[in-house]
Design a protein around this ligand. Structure first.
Ligand SMILES: [Fe+2]
Ligand SMILES: [Fe+2]
Length: 291
């Protein structure tokens, strides 16, 4: 596909998302819960984790501005008119669900990391900014895919438990907005590669940086958040098949960065990050699994 065509397609996708998916209003939610203790035991920790991640969207926007000082209109419209307004509502709604379940509100981590600031300083050089942009899209694709999978699991679990009000008015509406985010990042990363925006050395650098800096959604390079993610993996049953999960969340970068590596089903650093989180949770724990 020619560069113009892929740009137009992405811009159209962003416009459609904005029109089809307005931010979910807080008062559209039915907060009826039949057995709060049971919901808390099974999904309390995961809801807490997701609420925090969603509320961290404001930091993600700051990071984006640091990494992509010359951000174009399509990206600007996506993060300011579509993505941020949707994600912040997800965070606020989940955070209220948390407190309805008798748990503490989420504590979002709002500091832009030193690593991002360094990369941001270098991103004033156009070739580095192009690498940062691909990394940003790959991160988006992987984290949004993780969100989609988590909300699918929670939705199915809540329905099984007969908690239809919160499943249908909280989790499902949120769940419906995540695939559009994933599609945006997937299309954007794919277009950069198919339009040959990056030279071989830039792709090489992107691979090295991805290998060194890959993080699961919401882990922020912090051991406590990694352990908390390990517990999410435990509570959602992801730890029963880490390789299958790595394949799911690594599919985009596997195709775009690592297709030349025959016989490698997913980037190894993704499985490594998953194992690290699960091990950290098992070693240091994160409260009893039933808390
Ligand atoms: Fe979200
Ligand atoms: Fe999202």
């Amino acid at each position: 596909m020619a560069r113009q065509d892929s740009h137009a397609k992405i811009a159209e996708h962003v416009q459609r998302l904005g029109e089809k998916h307005p931010p979910i209003p807080l008062d559209s939610v039915d907060r009826t819960i039949h057995d709060a203790e049971a919901v808390k035991a099974r999904f309390g920790h995961t809801i807490d984790y997701l609420a925090r991640v969603e509320l961290e969207v404001d930091r993600n926007v700051l990071e984006l501005l640091v990494l992509l000082p010359d951000v174009d209109d399509t990206n600007k419209i996506f993060y300011s008119d579509v993505w941020q307004p949707q994600e912040i509502q997800h965070g606020l709604i989940l955070d209220r669900l948390q407190t309805d379940l008798g748990r503490e509100p989420a504590a979002p981590h709002m500091d832009v990391s030193f690593k991002i600031k360094i990369l941001g300083a270098l991103a004033n050089l156009k070739p580095i900014q192009e690498v940062a942009k691909l990394m940003y899209f790959l991160t988006g694709a992987s984290t949004e895919r993780q969100a989609v999978l988590a909300y699918n699991q929670i939705s199915a679990g809540l329905k099984e438990m007969g908690e239809t009000a919160i499943a249908e008015t909280i989790i499902n509406p949120i769940k419906q907005q995540e695939p559009g985010h994933f599609a945006f990042y997937n299309m954007s990363a794919s277009a950069m590669v198919s339009d040959r925006v990056l030279k071989p050395w830039q792709l090489f650098l992107a691979r090295v940086l991805r290998e060194r800096s890959y993080g699961l959604v919401g882990t922020n390079g912090r051991p406590d958040h990694k352990a908390a993610m390990g517990r999410v993996a435990h509570d959602l049953g992801i730890d029963a098949d880490l390789e299958g999960y790595a394949r799911e969340i690594g599919r985009v970068e596997q195709r775009l960065l690592w297709a030349h590596r025959q016989g490698m089903p997913f980037p190894p650093y993704i499985l490594k990050a998953l194992r690290e989180s699960v091990d950290l949770y098992r070693e240091r724990g994160f409260g009893p699994a039933t808390a």
